[in-house]
Each structure stands twice: as C-alpha cells, then as structure tokens.
Write a protein that binds this ligand. Structure first.
Ligand SMILES: Cc1cc2nc3c(=O)[nH]c(=O)nc-3n(C[C@H](O)[C@H](O)[C@H](O)COP(=O)(O)OP(=O)(O)OC[C@H]3O[C@@H](n4cnc5c(N)ncnc54)[C@H](O)[C@@H]3O)c2cc1C
Length: 288
C-alpha cells in the first residue's frame, strides 16, 4: 500500500470495541495512538503500511492520570504534554515528568503517548529509564482479559515487547517516590532541544547524610533495551559519597555497559557519558 488515504482505519469508541476488533485476524489492525512514530515509519518505508489501523485516540479507558496510596496510574494514551503538566506526575514521578518534557517539541509532546513510546521500543525512547526505576508494572488487555507484567520484563529485546497480536497496552501502574527519596532524569543529545538521545538515564534513591541508603538507576540508548544496573545498585548502597567513591562509581558504570557505535554516537563516548551521568546522580543524591 502506497498512500495513507488508501489505508482503512477503524475508530472504536471504547476499549471493549477495540479489543473485539483486535481479537479477530480479519478485523485486526495496527494500533495507532499519536502516530508520531508510525507516520514517520510508514512514510519512510521503515515499516510497510498496513491494510488497516485501529485508532486508539477515542478510547476513554486509555486516558487520564490518577493516584492511589502508593502508585500513580497512567492511561496508555496519556500524552507527553499531559505527563509533564500533571501535578500528580510532577510530585510523585518527577523523573518521568522531566523525561516527557524533553521529548521532541511541543507538537510531538501533544500527540505522542506513553504507550506509543513503550510499544515502539526504541533503545533511544526517553521514557524507559524513568519507568524502570519505579519498579512499575504495565497492564495489557485482550478480549480474554487483562495481564499485568513487570516493566523490567516487558522490554524483551530490540524493538520487541511482551505483547501478543490481539493485546493492547491499557495502563501503567508506577509506585510513587517515597518521602525522603530523590529522583531525576538526564539526557545527552547533540543539542539541548529536539534531540534524539545519545545516552539518557534516571535514578531514584535516598541518603542519610553522605551515606547511600537506596539507589535505583537505569540507562537508555546503551543497549537494545533500557537497562537497570543491579550490581552497581548493590555495590553503592552503604557507601559514603566522596571523591574516591565517585571516581570508582564512574569507572564501574562505564565498564559495566556494552553500548554500540551507531550514527548518533560511539560506544566509547556512551560509556564515558554513562559514568558521568551516574556520578552526577550520586552527587545530587547527597547534596544539601
Ligand atoms: C520529530 C520527532 C521527534 C521525536 N523526539 C523524541 C524524543 O526526543 N524522545 C523520544 O523518546 N521520542 C521521540 N520521538 C518519538 C515519539 O514521539 C514517541 O516514541 C511517542 O511517544 C510515540 O507515541 P505515539 O502515541 O505517537 O505512538 P504511535 O506512533 O501511534 O505508535 C507507536 C507504536 O506503538 C504502538 N501502540 C501505540 N499505542 C499502543 C497501545 N495502547 N497498545 C499497543 N500498542 C500501541 C503502535 O502500534 C506502534 O507500534 C520523536 C518523534 C518525532 C516524529
């Protein structure tokens, strides 16, 4: 198929209607939310245009940000603009709010969605690290019912997630940052705005004085999927942050990751920057 206007598009009004379409191979189509990835992939030929798309933008079940005692619940079709502006996300998931604010420009943030970013599963997707540090879960649904999966297990490989052809991502359940914890997001690209990341990272942690009590850290664009650094996290807990520990931390992170050279950066630069990013996170964690 050559032209967008030749493609059939279904506009289900609710999740049940959408899942019914997805359940049957004859009525199934490519789910489309903001279209910011798909439109580019179709027009550039990276992905063949499908016979049919299923527009998810009218599904009320995929919208909205809410909170319960411990977690924030974000609908699959919540946009980057909604996340960066949501007081709930800003207060309880500050790294995610910061990451959403760095994605593309205002137009992309107004259309692009959290589920679209996760399902696109690009190693350079900026939300991955901020999602992983929460130990959060994703809920997917098919006509047969819902499945809840740890986000750490949802990213399977390069552009591959644990989603069946008849399933849709419905919402994300993301544990809130605890009182006394800090978290933030850092992205390095070729320029300050409208840039695809060379490396990006997020941390969530707490400290007593200079001593690290908890530390979760995740990096993106350094592997086929966003990654946590569990060995490093274990090593740093209990350490007093000072120059010697920071130097060793920086070296350990750089040695731990195995990035690749590609058009955006070199493996060597990515290793060095990753060490610097994590060093900066540790300095921030124990800052007065
Ligand atoms: C100019 C430009 C700049 C960009 N800059 C950045 C950037 O700085 N950082 C960054 O991370 N990204 C960037 N992006 C990528 C893009 O905006 C994001 O990945 C966006 O979040 C995708 O969401 P979407 O709703 O538009 O997805 P779509 O294009 O609609 O879909 C993307 C994929 O997700 C699937 N999908 C969508 N919703 C669901 C669902 N509920 N269930 C199952 N599958 C679903 C689709 O089938 C498709 O495979 C940029 C894109 C452009 C065009």
């Amino acid at each position: 198929m050559k032209f967008l206007e030749d493609m059939d598009c279904a506009f289900p009004k609710n999740l049940q209607e959408a899942l019914k379409l997805m359940a049957d191979e004859k009525s199934r189509g490519r789910p489309i939310a903001g279209g910011t990835d798909l439109m580019v992939q179709w027009s550039s030929g990276v992905l063949p245009m499908p016979e049919r798309a299923i527009d998810l933008s009218g599904l009320p079940e995929l919208k909205g940000v809410s909170e319960n005692t411990d977690s924030v619940v974000i609908g699959a079709a919540v946009t980057h603009a909604e996340m960066r502006r949501s007081p709930i996300v800003q207060v309880h998931l500050p790294s995610l709010a910061q990451a959403a604010a760095t994605i593309g420009g205002a137009q992309i943030q107004a259309r692009g969605t959290i589920a679209g970013s996760v399902a696109n599963a690009s190693p350079a997707g900026d939300l991955g690290p901020s999602l992983l540090i929460t130990n959060g879960r994703v809920v997917v649904a098919s006509k047969a019912g819902e499945r809840e999966i740890e986000l750490a297990k949802f990213f399977l490989g390069y552009r591959k997630i644990d989603l069946q052809p008849d399933e849709l991502i419905v919402r994300f359940i993301l544990p809130k940052i605890h009182a006394g914890c800090r978290e933030s997001f850092r992205k390095l690209g070729p320029r300050a705005a409208q840039a695809i990341s060379k490396v990006m990272g997020s941390y969530r942690g707490s400290a007593k004085g200079k001593e690290v009590k908890d530390f979760a850290v995740a990096l993106g664009s350094v592997a086929p999927i966003p990654i946590r650094l569990p060995e490093f996290e274990q090593w740093i807990v209990g350490k007093e942050i000072g120059k010697k520990v920071l130097d060793e931390a920086e070296q350990r992170v750089a040695a731990m990751i195995k990035p690749i050279d590609d058009i955006r950066s070199t493996a060597e630069y990515r290793q060095w920057v990753s060490g610097r990013i994590v060093r900066g996170f540790l300095e921030e964690l124990v800052a007065e």
